[in-house]
Design a binder for this molecule. Sequence first.
Ligand code: 5GP
Ligand code: MN
Length: 328
Amino acid sequence: MGKLDYEKVLARLGQGPGPLLIICHISPDGDAIGAALAVAHYCEGEGRDYVLVNDDPIPARYDFLPYAERFRLSAAIAERFAQAVAVDCADERRMGNAASLFAKDCELINIDHHDTNSGFGDYSLVEGEAAATCLVLYRMMRASGTPIGRAMALCLYTGIVFDTGGFRYNNSTPEIHLAAADLLTRDIEPFMVADRVLEALTREQAELIRLGLATLTIDDRGRVAHVAVDRQMLLAAGADEGDADVLLPFTRSLSGVEVGLLFRERPDGSVKVSMRSRDRVDVGAIALHFGGGGHVRAAGCNFPGPLHDAVSLLLQRVKSEVAAAFGE
Ligand code: 5GP
Ligand code: MN
């Protein structure tokens, strides 16, 4: 395991044995997809072959990103790779089955921004204070004088918009605004990106909001709010579990709520949890305790199910953390 500086990371991405396998985390979000595609555009400029891979399909809302259509499902790839890069993956498990595409002695480079990142891989570039993996990539391109064309800029800007919640979270530093300003000079329409990434709702998602809100539960003190989406709801809405993201804002956004949680049942009965906190509670630490991870204000973890058990187990812990944070 070693730490690499920007020049060395770029040298490894631009050249190496065979095509570069580009991996971003399962259930990919705007930062993961934007970062993976930015690396693809860099390889393109260097004349390096690459394969973009994920266990899950790329959500249609990201269709506007150049080369999004080049993503392939890990299950559909027979080839094995001697070099890979993981972007926005807080730990090795977040790569999912894409990691089974490594040849023996495959060199793995880990580029990320999660505080909880373990530094896995042969080489890692983890900047825990950066709001987005796309900001880490932007810093790297600028520091090395690598040209950023419109396509790469659109990918980086999208990741930044996603992980700062449209420049609303406290991770929206002066530096990231300057980075965004620089990227915008490359003919990018801010509303097009914000609309696709943050605002657009499908009918299925709207239906899921209708059904999911019926499960909204707030604790006695009004500090913990959660929504639990089961398979029947997803089926009735014609939605998949990724669509349930739209319910998260209804939890933490409630006045006075410190921690908001979204539980969703997967097809195999396991439960994925997303946690958001407002001000005091480190949800990254709670997620880490249950084998997940993330950031102080946004984190996730997984439980075996059934849904009801996952809800009670996690709520117990969250409520005690909230009580401690409020000195109760
Ligand atoms: P979300 O709740 O939107 O899926 O994720 C919130 C944050 O927590 C993201 O930064 C995401 O990468 C991280 N995260 C979500 N689920 C997991 C998990 O199972 N393990 C780890 N290590 N991080 C996670
Ligand atoms: Mn990210």
